[in-house]
Write a protein that binds this ligand. Structure first.
Ligand code: AMP
Length: 223
């Protein structure tokens, strides 16, 4: 099963992605996570990417596109993948679509989580990362995934792990830039979604209700 998931930053895309991943048992490939791992590992790729990420800008396509196309060729992707955070613009969408066509790989589902900009922004600022597992969503503003508490400190609601906030999630300027890219219908992420709408069926889900309601609607539509 080969799946793309779209949604503005803060729409619950990662949370729903983790649920979809469990349903289909495919690797959840998140561009942002790959970059952050490279940054903490001090790799050459991480050093190149950090400046862009801190400002909320896209890492250039020359770096991102081959990185993801190569990732999809790894062994764990043989039986499918869930791609999250890529494509992020029209050029990446075209590059991905062409590469899949060339390899004869079918896109089974394209998911779009719909959410307005202000709600997405609030949710971004409440988001917390689990040190143990990126698929353990926590958000101080969302009841269904509120962190747990241990000795007066907020800890991961799933495993009790340490939590942190991403620097780019607390910077309103960086959030604004990321959303400008997402909602851009000319060359940005919304343009990428529209590109797929012309080619495959895109499953739209309202991201406004709670985590459970959204995932129920999504899983029902996925059949
Ligand atoms: P995310 O974790 O998806 O919010 O991504 C964090 C940051 O990583 C973004 O703000 C970009 O700087 C970078 N990034 C993630 N995905 C892409 C992509 N497909 N193309 C370029 N840059 C990306």
């Amino acid at each position: 099963m080969n799946i793309l998931i779209f949604g503005p930053n803060g729409s619950g895309k990662g949370t729903q992605g983790a649920i979809v991943q469990k349903k289909f048992g495919v690797p959840h490939i998140e561009t942002g996570v790959i970059f952050r791992e490279n940054i903490s590992g001090g790799t050459e790729l991480g050093i190149k990417a950090k400046g862009y990420i801190d400002k909320g800008e896209l890492v250039p396509d020359e770096i991102t596109v081959p990185m993801i196309l190569n990732r999809l060729k790894e062994d764990d992707c043989k039986d499918g993948w869930l791609l999250d955070g890529f494509p992020r613009n029209l050029a990446q969408a075209e590059a991905l679509y062409d590469a899949l066509e060339k390899e004869g790989i079918k896109l089974d589902y394209v998911i779009e989580i719909l959410l307005d900009r202000q709600t997405s922004k609030n949710r971004i600022m409440g988001r917390r990362l689990c040190a143990n597992d990126n698929n353990h969503p926590n958000n101080i503003y969302i009841d269904a995934i509120k962190p747990a508490e241990k000795d007066g400190t907020a800890v991961c609601r799933v495993c009790g792990g340490e939590l942190s906030a991403r620097a780019d999630d607390q910077d309103e300027g960086a959030i604004g830039k990321r959303h400008n890219i997402y909602y851009d219908t000319e060359t940005g992420t919304t343009a990428a979604v529209n590109y797929f709408k012309e080619r495959v069926t895109v499953i739209g889900v309202d991201g406004l209700p709670g985590v459970k309601e959204v995932s129920e609607e999504l899983l029902e539509k996925l059949g």
